[in-house]
Structures are given as structure tokens and as C-alpha cells.
Design a binder for this molecule. Sequence first.
Ligand SMILES: C[S@@+](CC[C@H](N)C(=O)[O-])C[C@H]1O[C@@H](n2cnc3c(N)ncnc32)[C@H](O)[C@@H]1O
Length: 299
Amino acid sequence: MVKTDIFEHFVRKFDEDKQQNNIPEWTYSWYWKELNPQFGSSKGYTGPIELLNWYVGQSSSRTYPNLINDKNFDTLLEKSIALDQRIFANPLFLEYEQQRTKLSFKNYGTYNAQDYFFQTFTSHLFGKNISNVLDFGSGSGRQLNLWSQDPNLQTFISVDAMPQNYCMQNVYYQLIGLDLIEYLWQEQQFEVKNHPNKTVFHLPSWRLEAIPDNFVDLVIAVQVLGELRPEMTDYVIAQFQRILAPGGVLYVRDHGNRHNPNKVDIKNLIRSYKFELEFEPDLEDLVQIHGIPKVWRKK
Ligand SMILES: C[S@@+](CC[C@H](N)C(=O)[O-])C[C@H]1O[C@@H](n2cnc3c(N)ncnc32)[C@H](O)[C@@H]1O
């Protein structure tokens, strides 16, 4: 049974945590939305319909151009589509039949497959396995789609701070069906560690310190680092350096200076935290690809 009362847990736990600790406001602020209130606040949540509506929006509102011509890519795209088809066939969504008829998973599947392709291919080239993954600023939770199907995955950690996105992620992760350790449901101590089964940990960005040093092989930060308050961008990159194992990958995908609300020089900042740029394709943003992927390696 899918639990749907996640928003109440978010509100309660956030209040408790704020009373017990000094949590800086910049850890849970979405700077881009603060600058652009016309796009809504992401602070409310009305239930799983929001996940469905998000996917309906992604089915038609924009297209993700693709130039990757590779049979492995085609397989990834098929796998992403098949899993999303299964997820949205869940009885949870049956009452929204009209919305469901508008779903098409190819567009978002292309975005997923590109990310997974670029996240993994340099590691595959150099014979490194990725088993522990952190997705920071997870949106709808889409990165878990292909990672849940990766035979080497052991632990997937997702971090966000906005109630609407956080709650959608929780539903998407429950529907994927791996073991889920949700920070908001834990009354006891919350500890991120490898379990015998593939496990998903979901936690808010004011609890990043719960992730051990050198724990993950890959950090994913797609369309997020330029949208945070500048203090938060600095803080999270420092945290990525701490959390990543030596030689681990920081995967960043964004529009560079085309869309950089906080005006932080992100590439320079990442370099200053001792990462080396390993790969950046020479593609025209928004024409050949939606957001340029960059693979950074922790020195
Ligand atoms: C443009 S969306 C990108 C979503 C996702 N990475 C993707 O590619 O589909 C930005 C994400 O960052 C999250 N976010 C905004 N402010 C945050 C903060 N202070 N801490 C953690 N996540 C934050 C939002 O909730 C949202 O999920």
C-alpha cells in the first residue's frame, strides 16, 4: 500500500528540526523561485495527483533533443519508458483517467537516458563500478528510474528541500518498490549506510551531514546549482567533496550562463573544491541537447 500522508510528516519534522537545531534559511530556500514568484512557491502539496500532473507536463511542454546514436542508449530509453508505464498504471492513479490519457514517457525518458548515459560512460570506460549514488535536488525523483535498474546499484540517496518536490519524490520512490528509508518517517536515529538489499534513502537538505564521508561514487546535480542561494551552492559543493569517494564523479547538467539566477561561477567554484573536469561535450545547448552535461572527477 502506498502511503500518501507524506506532506503532514514533512511539516511536522521540519518544525521539530527547526526547534532543535539552528538551520540556516538558505539550506531550504529555492532562490530561483524566490526571484520568480509567478512560477509558484513549491511549498504546498495536494497528493499523488501532483506527480501525475508533473509527468503530464513533461509529456508535452518541451522536447529534449537527442543526438546520441547508440544502441545502448535506445535500450536505456526503452527501460525508462517501461518503468514509468508500470508506475502510472498503479491503482493510485486510476481515478485520474483523463489525465493519464495525456501521458507519454518518451520525452522524459530521453532526458533520463541521456543523464544515465553520460553519468556512467566514463566510469565504464575506466572500469569503475558505481554502487552508491546521491541525487541532489531530485525534482520528480526521475533519476531513480534507470538507477533502480542498474545491477551494481546498492544505495541511492535523494536530497531535496521543497515540500512539493520532496513529496512527489516520496511517492515515485515508493512506486519503484526498492526498500525506502524515508527520513520523515523515522522516529529514531537516521543513518545512511549500505544495506544487503538495494536501498533508497530520502532526506532533506538540512540533514546532508547524515551521509558519511567518502560514501558515494556518483553525485548528480541536474539544473539545480545555479538555482540555490549562493551560500547553499558553496555549502553543497563542499559537501559533495566530503561525501564522494576519491575518484568519484560529480555529474552536473545545466544551461551555464543562459540560466544562472544566483550568478555564482559554478565551474570555478567546483574547481576550487579540487574537482577536475573530465568530460564536457561540445554541443549547442537547447538545440542539440537540453542542458550541457559535465563530468567532474574528485581528485
Ligand atoms: C529545476 S529542478 C531540477 C530537478 C531535477 N534535478 C531534474 O533534473 O529533473 C530543481 C530542484 O532543486 C530542488 N531544490 C531547490 N532548492 C533546494 C534546496 N535548497 N535544497 C535542495 N533542493 C532544492 C527543487 O525542489 C527541485 O527539485
